[in-house]
Design a binder for this molecule. Structure first.
Ligand code: 0X9
Ligand code: ZN
Length: 433
């Protein structure tokens, strides 16, 4: 070999061997749509036997033909996983080529960076920051906001609900919004903060929020799963945690899916008794202190709470009961009309698409969810919102998208709450002589 050729080979080798050069070794999120039952089986196998995380669907039992799967593949499994896919003719797209960069972007709290231009509500916050915000919000608004301690988490963190109450008319009705059941869905707590901020800033400025707050108290639980949320902030590889952090009896696995732990058809569909699984329903209904605290509070307030909304992500969907059965809810048409109107307004104002319908038929059949439980408790207007996006960034929605995602969801909450008022408020009292 001539000297220049040796140099050429050597120099290129040194580039190739540089750490991080080879994209095959970085973490990625793949999008795969299985075409046949054989491909479904292979994907199920890959997601259980290799170090991967299913972003969507949440559990491999929901993988089926023609349904998009979003699979997080860490760098060290990348070559093997892609080889298996290729061997079986399963094509994939790279959804996110560098999720770690996006994760860091979400964690970067550039409040000290004045040029960032984003407000407090346009950033994601650590659990400690959210607790501080809860305290500050209650302290700064003593006449309208109260922080109510409704219980504590498995790791003994407090569960605070903010009660927004703008007048003290007798027989006031109420609505409830909870966020952060699932730890990795960071846009959800961000929405609860956004909603409270909007309520406090636009009462008597925006007609819809004014009408709502004049007629209802609002209970907001910003983080239902504080232990899980905290955990997702502690290391990049923990960013995908979904459940709470309770240790199973065998001590072998951690975490119960709080949205499978409610006492409605508990443990039957779309859930697992295996504590190692993402959709573990726990040892018995309301076994988890977080679910029990919410259930106890709602049981105590069931005569006033008329509207229940629980905030999740991602996929842009408005879901209503039932998820545990394909039976139609008794007020199905009212619920459908409400979400349809919310989706139409979002389309009109923000040009974004939300799908909607009863959970079992629209998403998947599933027992133990908080929406069905609240509905069966008697809260006849009960919804699960799945916020942005539809998989472009998934759980890694950049901070610059928070305002868009939250404004859409806010419009939906207001649309539905106003409709609930129209359906439930007694018509003006005409005095007869
Ligand atoms: O599976 C869930 O808990 C929710 N989807 S998520 O991707 N955020 O995990 C949907 C819940 C819908 N309602 C019920 N299953 N009851
Ligand atoms: Zn969720």
């Amino acid at each position: 070999m001539s000297t220049p050729l040796i140099w050429f080979v050597f120099m290129n080798l040194s580039i190739l061997l540089k750490p991080g050069y080879c994209t095959e070794t970085s973490d990625q999120v793949l999008s795969i749509t299985p075409q046949t039952q054989e491909q479904v089986d292979i994907l199920r196998n890959v997601s259980t036997h290799y170090e991967t995380v299913l972003w969507q669907p949440v559990s491999n039992e929901y993988i089926s033909t023609q349904v998009q799967v979003h699979l997080y593949v860490p760098g060290n499994s990348s070559v093997t996983v892609k080889a298996i896919l290729q061997k079986h003719g399963i094509t994939h797209k790279v959804l996110l080529a560098n999720p770690n960069v996006l994760t860091e972007m979400q964690m970067k709290n550039d409040s000290t960076e004045p040029r960032s231009g984003s407000t407090f509500y346009e950033r994601y916050h650590t659990l400690e920051e959210i607790y501080d915000w809860i305290n500050r919000t209650a302290q700064d608004n003593p006449r309208t906001v109260k922080a109510i301690l409704i219980g504590s988490s498995y790791e003994k963190r407090p569960l605070y609900v903010l009660k927004l109450s703008f007048n003290d008319r007798p027989n006031r009705k109420a609505m409830w919004i909870d966020c952060g059941i699932h730890a990795r869905e960071w846009i959800s707590p961000a929405f609860c903060l956004w909603f409270v901020h909007h309520s406090l800033s636009f009462y008597q400025q925006n007609s819809e929020i004014t009408r709502i707050l004049d007629s209802m108290d609002v209970y907001v639980l910003p983080v239902m799963n504080p232990d899980g949320y905290k955990y997702t902030w502690t290391a990049i590889k923990r960013r995908w945690w979904r459940k709470n952090r309770s240790i199973s009896k065998s001590g072998f696995c951690v975490g119960v899916d709080l949205n499978r732990n409610f006492d409605v058809d508990w443990g039957i569909k779309g859930s697992s008794q295996n504590p190692c699984e993402e959709i573990n329903c726990g040892p018995f209904p309301e076994s988890e202190p977080e679910a029990q605290a919410v259930a106890n509070f709602l049981r105590r307030h069931k005569d006033t709470v008329q509207l229940y909304i629980t905030i999740h992500s991602y996929s842009q969907m408005f879901i209503f009961p039932y998820s545990y059965t394909f039976d139609q809810a008794e007020n199905h048409n009212d619920l459908l009309e409400m979400v349809q109107e919310a989706a139409q307004r979002i389309k009109r104002y923000y040009r974004n698409t939300y799908t909607y319908g009863p959970g079992a038929a629209t998403l998947y059949p599933c027992s133990g969810g908080s929406d069905d439980w609240a509905y069966k408790l008697g809260i006849k207007y009960s919804f699960t919102f799945e916020l942005q996006d539809r998989g472009e960034y998934g759980f890694l929605l950049p901070p610059s998208h928070i305002s868009g995602a939250c404004n859409e969801a806010l419009l939906a909450v207001k649309t539905i709450a106003v409709k609930v008022l129209e359906k439930t408020q007694a018509p003006a009292n005409h005095h007869t002589i």
